[in-house]
Design a protein. Structure first.
Length: 44
């Protein structure tokens, strides 16, 4: 039973870490897109 609990806890930690990483990556991509839009607006 302890092995199953440890496995479930490990999976939960990996899943939560992955969510935070994807959220951060999404924010970085969004900022990059905003900068591209600003540059395009300046060069119209």
């Amino acid at each position: 039973m302890k092995k199953i609990t440890a496995f479930v806890m490990l999976c939960a930690m990996i899943f939560l870490t992955g969510c935070n990483t994807m959220k951060g990556a999404g924010q970085d991509i969004q900022r990059g897109g905003e900068k591209l839009e600003d540059a395009a607006d300046r060069h119209k």
